[in-house]
Ligand binder design. Sequence first.
Ligand SMILES: *[C@@H]1O[C@H](CO)[C@@H](O)[C@H](O)[C@H]1NC(C)=O
Ligand SMILES: *[C@@H]1O[C@H](CO)[C@@H](O)[C@H](O)[C@H]1NC(C)=O
Ligand SMILES: *[C@@H]1O[C@H](CO)[C@@H](O)[C@H](O)[C@H]1NC(C)=O
Ligand SMILES: *[C@@H]1O[C@H](CO)[C@@H](O)[C@H](O)[C@H]1NC(C)=O
Ligand SMILES: *[C@@H]1O[C@H](CO)[C@@H](O)[C@H](O)[C@H]1NC(C)=O
Ligand SMILES: *[C@@H]1O[C@H](CO)[C@@H](O)[C@H](O)[C@H]1NC(C)=O
Length: 382
Amino acid sequence: MRFHGLHFIFATAVLAASSSDEKVSVIEFDNFGYSGSYNLVSELNDVDSDKCSCKLDTQVTKFLGANSPMAEEVSVHFRGPLTLSKFGFYVADSKGDWNKQAFYDGSNSTNVTFVTSAGKNSSCLGKALTYADSDGVSKADKATLLDKNTLINSQDEYAIFSSVKCGDSGVGKDCGVYRSGIPAYHGFYGTTKMFLFEFTMPKESKVKKSEVSNYDMPAIWLLNAHIPRTAQYSLDANCSCWRSGCGEFDIFEVKNTTQSTVNKLFSTIHDYQGTDDIETGIQANGFIPRDTESTMVGGVVFNSDGKAQVFLSNSTSFDDTVSNDDVTSWVLKAGTSATKQLSSVSFSPATLTLSSKAKKGSATNFGVPFLNAIFALCLWFV
Ligand SMILES: *[C@@H]1O[C@H](CO)[C@@H](O)[C@H](O)[C@H]1NC(C)=O
Ligand SMILES: *[C@@H]1O[C@H](CO)[C@@H](O)[C@H](O)[C@H]1NC(C)=O
Ligand SMILES: *[C@@H]1O[C@H](CO)[C@@H](O)[C@H](O)[C@H]1NC(C)=O
Ligand SMILES: *[C@@H]1O[C@H](CO)[C@@H](O)[C@H](O)[C@H]1NC(C)=O
Ligand SMILES: *[C@@H]1O[C@H](CO)[C@@H](O)[C@H](O)[C@H]1NC(C)=O
Ligand SMILES: *[C@@H]1O[C@H](CO)[C@@H](O)[C@H](O)[C@H]1NC(C)=O
């Protein structure tokens, strides 16, 4: 094998990403964030007809710095089997302390909107977002709080946005272009931010394996909030900014149903920081064990220096203000950690991939051997 500068870096990243069999309590990405760009959706045409189509803006949206692109507004997504008993969103103030900006605990909430895909189906956008009813998955006519300890089954999903409404849909508007008729809300902003969860991921007991494709694969993840407002699960890559790299961060995710991995929670970034393969993304080293019997509590902290830490720790509290020392000690005391250093090399193969078919916003993986081949060739000639 011949090694060539960039090629070597890429090969190393891929090898490191596959050594995932270490059981840990903290999964850390270092050097998260880079200088890159993506394409926002600029047009959603005839969405309810067979002739529907989408267009991406040819003018790219640039991002730069720690935790980017997840430094942009994000929405928080949940897939069953799962119950959520507490949710907290925090941003750091100038002293580095964490202030709660959004919260849910089963009976009380601030600044959260529960949505689910229970709306009209479109051949290019999939099902539209609606307000979620108290069961998390039915359509409600207005914002409704999830019932305490609501269990959603395999494949079922809901998401949380803030309660700050978007202005009108349109290029250059506060929320960009979004699908008409949906409850459109801002995601959770900030470079230095933290999400906390108290949740369970019990073994699936309600639906059969033959009935769903994501059987017993619970997950909690973040998407650039632009993605679900246009199309989370689309077969047309032009209907969302996902393919061009606006960002996904999988916090706790069962990735497949093989015996050996069904009780392992992995963490994966989907963008172009050191890889051209956005489908596979960058999986951190190590996994956090999924406790199927009892409540788990923890979350993800995005620090100002591009260190992102996913952890489970029973010391986690949902107080209105949490000192940075406390957060540091939850993470430190959680136990063993596995750290993945992200590459400083970035790729923006958006122009290569605009016309390729994509289904995303999810955690499902699709191979892109053809693009990889082109990419490998490009590297060879660098
Ligand atoms: C609801 O939550 C808010 C924000 O944390 C808190 O200030 C308020 O006291 C809570 N109300 C109740 C009834 O628990
Ligand atoms: C939505 O429509 C597409 C194509 O028109 C179809 O493939 C898909 O199965 C539909 N989804 C649902 C949930 O009905
Ligand atoms: C709610 O969250 C949004 C998005 O992060 C933020 O802009 C807003 O300030 C928050 N509202 C409150 C009352 O904290
Ligand atoms: C399941 O996911 C894990 C973690 O990404 C991976 O190591 C394993 O190869 C996957 N198994 C299958 C059969 O895809
Ligand atoms: C955390 O608490 C759960 C029950 O709430 C318990 O099952 C688990 O063992 C605890 N984990 C640690 C590391 O103490
Ligand atoms: C996506 O957009 C590109 C560039 O405008 C276009 O060539 C391609 O046909 C579009 N793909 C689909 C499925 O409409």
